[in-house]
Design a protein around this ligand. Sequence first.
Ligand code: FAD
Length: 500
Amino acid sequence: MNNAIKSVVIVGGGTAGWMAAASLQSHYANTDITFTVVDSSQIGTIGVGEATIPTIRRFYRNLGLSDREVMQATQATAKLGIQFNDWHSRGSSFIHPFGLYGQELRGIGFHHFWLKMRQNGLQSRLADYSLGASLALNEKFVPPSANPPSSLSVFDWALHLDASRFAAYLKKYALERGCKHVDDVITDVRRRPEDGFITAVRLEGGSDLEGDLFIDCSGFRGLLIEETLGTGYEDWSHWLRCDSAYAVQTENQREPRPYTQVTALESGWQWKIPLRHRTGNGHVFSGRYTDDQRALDLLLSRLEGEPITEPRKLSFVPGRRKQAWNKNCISLGLSAGFLEPLESTSIALIETGIERIKQLFPTQGFSQACIDEFNQVTAEEYERVRDFIILHYKATARRDTEFWRDCAAAEIPTTLEKKIALFKDRGYFLKYRWEMFHPASWLAIYEGFDILPETYDPGVDAFEEGYIANSLAAMQKSLNGAVAAAPSHQNFLDELYDNN
Ligand code: FAD
């Protein structure tokens, strides 16, 4: 028996296609498996997708690439978190930093101490005990120390990057390591009559490109997974109302901030992603509550710099493919599903998808157990991210437009309901499998929306109040010292880009 996979065809050369090609080509370097990317310069890529979360750095480090190399290749800036403006209510602002808050004491989470002191009139916010948040809000940046002196200084960072340059950089990487590339339009897909497995894609040039395994990175259309295999899509638009976006780039007007800004608008929200050479802007909105012209006008009226591109409209359906892996086709990126970019999760979902392909790769032929596991984990992972995003809408105190009133009144998945209830009740973090966001991230959003337990862990009462107050003050002092000593984000970038 020789069912071994020898030839893998990756359909699509956007961020997903080239991330998969670079990672898989590098991983299977010393095997006889071949990888071929087929895409079409006539069709192009989606071209957005510029804000990431810290997992991106692990992804490219596994390829042997450094922060410096990737940043220089993609005109990247550092990202310490996301600032949410006008989400809780108009005029409100909070930050979701990548990292921990404060220090645990005798196994009791920091937030319980903070909750007690807050009930006693303490004014400070959680961000005051996060080095990542404090650096961000002061527009400073220094990479975290490899051996942090205390858990106070534990934070992480990600990148704002130019998505097209990132794909081009990974393309070069993959091709240098032996990946093949075909630039042609796929006009047809051939299947085995007995089981419907895909055998080849037919190219406009007339030839067939054969493969054993096909990775569908063809974007929203899902050329193989949906148009060919009819896998089906689980639509989440009853939970997530936004279905459209306008994207436009502007020239920089100021030094780039080391964080993404997302601002709630009347029927959606606006993103600002500062790169070194320009800023990415967009308005994600619900076509059920506003119209295209109004959405575009609102975005254009709020830009900080002059547009340097024509605005582009993008439409989407929030949800996920019913089976990410169907027969001999695995979907990745937009063909696998879509969740609005509020927490910058799409590229991260591509990363975890690639890791899973490696873990369950059909080296000895296809196994239904591996396919089922892949699908189960992918489904759960998307659902966990979905719940996190829904929380941002459900928790709003805004009632100024029909959109926000409906978001606040909407039913939510029971998985999320349970999470919120346990946090409100006991300050407890219910953790499911395959969560992309850790408790500190949930805490950032809960606090930002004023969802806080009325109680705290009674174990905190074993500590003298004066001791807690002094500890909190000492934490703030130590953070302020670290922030004062850090260079500005701009200085960090100047040093990084001057040394190329
Ligand atoms: P695409 O970029 O659409 O690539 C599809 C590829 O398929 C292309 O190469 C095309 O040539 C090829 N193709 C299609 N049909 C054919 C054919 N018939 N023949 C040959 N080739 C074909 N993600 C983040 O992580 N952070 C963000 O901040 C973020 N912001 C976003 C904002 C918006 C409004 C949207 C819509 C998405 C955003 N994303 C973000 C998601 C991110 O853009 C995508 O996950 C990422 O770009 C991956 O896209 P892709 O490679 O799956 O598809």
